[in-house]
Design a protein around this ligand. Sequence first.
Ligand code: PS7
Ligand code: MN
Ligand code: MN
Ligand code: MN
Ligand code: MN
Ligand code: MN
Length: 351
Amino acid sequence: KRLQQTLAKDASKKRCYDFLNMTSRSFAAVIQELDDQLRDAVCLFYLVLRGLDTIEDDMTLDLDRKVELLRSFDQIIYKKGWTFTENGPNEKDRALLVHFDVVIDEFLRLKPEFQSVIANITKLMGNGMADYATGEHRENTSIATIKDFDLYCHYVAGLVGYGLSDLFAASGLESEELAKDKALSNSMGLFLQKTNIIRDYREDLDDGRQFWPREIWGKYADNFSDFIKPENKLKAQHCLSNMVLNVLNDVPQVLTYLSKLKNQSVFNFCAIPQVMAISTLALVFNNLDIYQRNIKIRKGEAVKLILDSTDMDNVVAIFRQYVFEISRKNEATDPNFMEISMAIGRIEQWI
Ligand code: PS7
Ligand code: MN
Ligand code: MN
Ligand code: MN
Ligand code: MN
Ligand code: MN
C-alpha cells in the first residue's frame, strides 16, 4: 500500500512537470533549474496561475460563469478532484484545466506556507481579472488611463512578482526584506507584462483584445486598429515609442531587484526573463512589423542571453547593450525623443 502511494505520488508530480513543459515555452526550463527547496512550489504557482489565466483568456466562456470562476479560484485549488467541465477553445492550456485535479493534488502536498502564498495571490489576481473582465476599468473594450494599465499589469504580473518573492523568502533562499519591498517585485512583473503587451499588439487585436491604454494611443489615432494601416505609419511609430517609453521607467527597479538576490538558481530564474524582455524591447522599438505580425527575438540570440545571464555584472552589460541600441534608434523628430533620452539617462546611472 505504501509503495503504491509513493508511486502514485511520483506519477502525479511528473504529470505536473509535463503540464509545465506543455504550457510554458519560457518558464519551464528556468523553473526546473531552481534549487530543491523551491522548485515544486514555483512549478505549482505557475500551473495555478496558468489555469486562472486560461479562464481569463477564454472568450467563449459565459461572462457570469467566467467571473464566478475567477473570483473563486483561490478556493477551487483546495477542492480535491475539481476539474473544468465546460467546453472551450481546444487549445493546449485547456487540457491543464480539464485535468486540474492533478494540479490540486500536488498543490495540497506543498508545505502550508507555500500554499497560503499561492492562494493569497490567486485570490487577488482572480478578483482583479474579474474587475477588468466586467468592464470596471475599461471604456468599451479598451483600458482607458495609464493608471488603469498599471493596475491591470499589477493584477496579472506584479502580483506574480509579490508571490514569487514571498515564496523565495518562505524557502529561506532569499531575504524577507526583498519580499517586503513591494514596488521592486511589482516592477519585475510589469516590465515583463508590458513588453509582452507591446509585442502582442496584433495577436491581441485579432483576438478582440486591447491592452494599450487609450491615454497613450489616443494621442496618435482615433481607433486602436488604425495603426495597422500603411497611411498611419508615422503615427504608429510615435505611438509605439510612447509605449516603449512607458516600459523603460521600470528598468531601474528591475536592476535594483536583481542586485539584491543571493541564491544562484533564483538569480537565473529571475534574470533570464528580464534580459529576454529588454532584448525584445530593443527589437520592437521603431519596428512597425509589430502592427502586422508577431515578431520574436531569434532563437540563437535567446540561447546566448540565457547562457550569459549568470551574474549581475553580465546582466548589467546585457542591459547596457540593449539600452544603447534603443538610444541609437531614438529619433530627434519623434515627439517622445526627449523623454526617452531622459528615461535612458536615469537607467545609465545604473549601467
Ligand atoms: C509563477 C513563474 C521574478 C520577482 C501564468 C514571472 C499571463 C508576462 O500574455 O504566456 O499569455 O502570451 O508569455 C509565472 C517577478 C501568470 C511575471 C502573466 C506565472 C516576475 C498569469 C510573468 C505566469 C513575475 C498571468 C507570461 C507575467 O505569460 O503571456 C510564474 C519576479 C502566469 C513574472 C500572465 C504573464 C506571464 C507574464 P501571454 P505568457
Ligand atoms: Mn504565452
Ligand atoms: Mn490573460
Ligand atoms: Mn494569457
Ligand atoms: Mn500576450
Ligand atoms: Mn499568449
